[in-house]
Write a protein that binds this ligand. Structure first.
Ligand SMILES: Cc1ncc(COP(=O)(O)O)c(C=O)c1O
Length: 437
């Protein structure tokens, strides 16, 4: 196959390096990818944390094909189509209790910016329009739109773009290798880091703060689990000061931790929750923002003929995406996938923690169907080089993993993975890690 690689400017990719030795995927089914030259690769990353039910699942493929021939598009502004209402009604049954209103977007980044706009508008409608400050957290990732970039806490993602939003501040991150290294599941130490919000309240005054957005478990920055009690404490500080709590569940939603959402897994309910990725099993772009009814109802005032939220996308609730999402939920239900992470937790935990003691490993973390291995940075090298070389070695050996923020390898396979495929991931990692200095 001869491809001209010049025109496509690839996202989050070292373009010049990639184009010298491209890594291409051309086919996928269930747990595997195939390269154009026919090499089989085990998917240890659910594509990009999104193909939770595995690839090319028949129900989803059929639903998409059928829908595109039946109703390919319907305008979402001042018009509707039945599948959008059916999907929203169905989705809220999986959501944490009380989050029973859904706004559709097309990606995680759009969900984040939508959630933040809803938070700002909510306070304004309640007569507290001075609450404009938004709080994120260091080592958070909230996508790449302007607000998500500003609220995220990954230096390299922010610095290129100047101060894309004013009135933003960040909590400290909770990753503490000194106290919590090699913890299985949630770390013991660090609940008190939630008090950082009190510090920001003292600094800025609660009356200026609209919302706090965090990932209940940070995924893209290396699988950072919340310390025990941390989310509960953050919830109560938000309540005390009238600050909305937003959980960004773009990665944790749809079964990654062993519950439909991390909010249920950790027993803490946010006011607003973002989702994307697994909502359509990665087949068709779609995102959603779940909102507490009280927040939603705040908008339902003034004349009935007024548009309550001047926000939305051409492709909000796209019919083909709705069909894909409904078939995805069917597949999740039929195969019990949204709780399979809990059943497989012990297997995953034992597998990833068996890598302790290999060269340069400074931490191993896990929960549900997710694990991470952290390496000491190589002195004098660009950050993340060791993880990248492990990623490359695994790719060459037939396993796709992900080098995540810092020097981490993240493992997040489709929820249909079996025991021997987990063993394959770990034995491949072991072999490769022994070769990376
Ligand atoms: C927590 C979180 N929020 C937002 C996003 C952005 O999603 P998207 O890439 O679909 O815009 C991601 C993507 O990985 C994410 O992990």
């Amino acid at each position: 196959m001869s491809l001209n690689l010049d025109a496509f400017w690839m996202p989050f990719t070292a373009n010049r390096d990639f184009k010298q030795a491209p890594r291409l995927l051309s086919k996928a089914k269930d747990m595997h990818y195939w390269t154009p030259d026919g090499r089989q690769v085990l998917d240890g990353t659910s594509g990009l944390w999104c193909v939770n039910a595995g690839h090319a699942r028949p129900k989803i493929v059929e639903a998409i094909a059928k829908q595109v021939g039946e109703l390919d598009f319907a305008p979402p502004f001042q018009m509707g189509h039945p599948l959008a209402f059916e999907l929203a009604d169905r989705l809220v049954k999986y959501a944490p209790e009380g989050l029973n209103r859904v706004f559709f977007t097309n990606s995680g980044s759009e969900s984040v910016d939508t959630a933040l706009k809803i938070a700002l508008a909510y306070h304004r409608l309640r007569g507290e329009g001075q609450r404009t400050r938004l709080i994120g957290r260091e080592r958070g990732y909230h996508g790449v739109n302007m607000a998500g970039t500003a609220l995220g806490g990954m230096g390299p993602n922010r610095k290129m773009f100047g101060s894309s939003l004013s009135g933003v501040d960040h909590l400290r991150h909770t990753h503490d290798l000194g106290k919590n290294a090699f913890t299985k599941g949630q770390p013991e130490h660090g609940a008190e880091l939630a008090d950082d919000l009190e510090r920001l309240v003292t600094l800025h005054d609660a009356s200026s703060i609209a919302a706090v957005i965090i990932e209940p478990m940070a995924g893209s920055t290396g699988v950072l689990l919340p310390p025990k009690g941390y989310l509960q404490r953050l919830r109560s500080i938000c309540d005390k000061h009238g600050i909305l709590l937003i959980f960004d569940e773009v990665i944790t939603g749809f079964g990654r931790l062993g519950s439909p959402f991390a909010a249920q897994h950790y027993g803490v309910t946010p006011d607003i929750m973002t989702a994307a990725k697994g909502i359509t099993n990665g087949c068709i772009p779609m995102g959603a923002v779940f909102v507490k009814q009280s927040v939603h109802d705040t908008f339902m005032q003034g004349p009935d003929t007024a548009i309550e939220l001047p926000h939305g996308y051409t492709y909000s609730s796209h019919p083909v995406a709705c069909a894909a999402a409904l078939a995805t939920l069917d597949t999740y239900d039929e195969e019990g996938l949204l709780t399979r992470g809990a059943e497989m937790h012990a297997k995953m935990e034992a597998a990833v923690h068996s890598l302790k003691g290999l060269p340069n490993v400074v931490d191993i973390r896990n929960t549900g169907m997710v694990g991470a291995i952290e390496f000491a940075p190589r002195p004098g090298a660009l950050p993340g080089r060791r993880a990248f070389e492990v990623f490359m070695g695994c790719w060459e050996a037939g396993v796709l993993l992900r080098a995540a923020g810092g020097d981490n390898i993240a493992i997040s396979p489709p929820l249909i993975i079996n025991d021997s495929q987990i063993d394959q991931i770990v034995s491949t990692l072991e072999k490769v890690m022994k070769t990376v200095d």
